[in-house]
Design a binder for this molecule. Sequence first.
Ligand code: FMN
Length: 269
Amino acid sequence: MKIQSVKACFFSPTGTTKAVVQAIVRGIQHTTSEFIDITNPDSRKQHVLAAEDELLIVAVPVYVGRVPALLNQWLHAIKARKAPTVCLVVYGNRDYENALIELKDKMIQNGGIPIACAAYIGEHSFSGPDTPIALSRPDAEDLKHAEAFGRRINEMLLSATHMDLTSEIHVPGKVPSQNPAPLLSVDFINISHHCSGCGACAKACPAGAIDLKAYSITDKEKCILCCACIKICPEKARTMKNGTIKDIAIRLSESCKDRKEPELFFNEK
Ligand SMILES: Cc1cc2nc3c(=O)[nH]c(=O)nc-3n(C[C@H](O)[C@H](O)[C@H](O)COP(=O)(O)O)c2cc1C
C-alpha cells in the first residue's frame, strides 16, 4: 500500500522517546514526515487527524507501567480513521507492564489499525549522577535497532494491502481500567542558589507545574515527576531532595542494572 505521509506524535519530557521516534522515522525514509511533539501543554490543544493512506506513529514513555495519565484526553481525541498505526512505548529498564497494550487499545478505539508495536528503553527519568538507571539509553545500538525497525515497517507497508494489516497484534500485559494510575504528589525538588532565574525549567515542564513568575514554586498536584526541569537546568541548580522519589531512584538504580533489550511486535500475517 502506498503511504502519502508519516505523522509521528510523541510525548517526551526528557528526550528519550523523541530520540527513538526520530530513529524509527529515519529508517522509514519517507519523503513527507511530520513530527508532532505534544510535550508542551499548549501543543496538546491541537488534535491529530490521520487518514487511511497516512502512517501514524504514537510514542509515549511508560509511567508506573502505564501510558502517562496526563495524555489521556489528548490521546482520546485522535481521529485515526483507519490509519496504519505504530504504537511505541519507552521505559526506564524496569518494566513496561500494561503500557503498550493500553496504548494499542486506545489507538484501536480511535479508529487506528495497529501494524506494529514496540517497547524501547530510555534512561530513567529518576536516573541521576548517584543513581544511574539505564544511563545514556537509547544508545547507539538502540538507535540502530530503531532505524532497522523503521525499515521493516516501510517494507511491510510496501508489500501489504490494507486488509493484510488488520489482524490483531498480541503484546504483553492486560488492558488496564480507564481510571488513571495515581502519581505520588510530592515536593521532591531542591533549588540551589545557583539558579539564575533563566526559566528553562518552567518552559520544559510538560504539566505547566512551575510558576512562570517564581520558578522556585512547583505545584505538586500538577507535577508528573518527569524530572525534565532537573535535566534541562543549565546551572544544575535543580536536584532531587532526599525523600520518597530519591529512595525510589536509589532502589531502581540497584534493581534495574541488567540491560533489557527492545521488543517488537507485528501482526500475525
Ligand atoms: C512518574 C514516572 C513513572 C515511571 N514509571 C516507569 C515504569 O513503570 N517502568 C519503567 O521502566 N520506567 C518508568 N519510568 C521511566 C520512564 O519511562 C523512562 O525514563 C522514559 O525513558 C522517559 O521518557 P522521556 O525521556 O521521553 O521523558 C517512569 C518515569 C516517571 C517520571
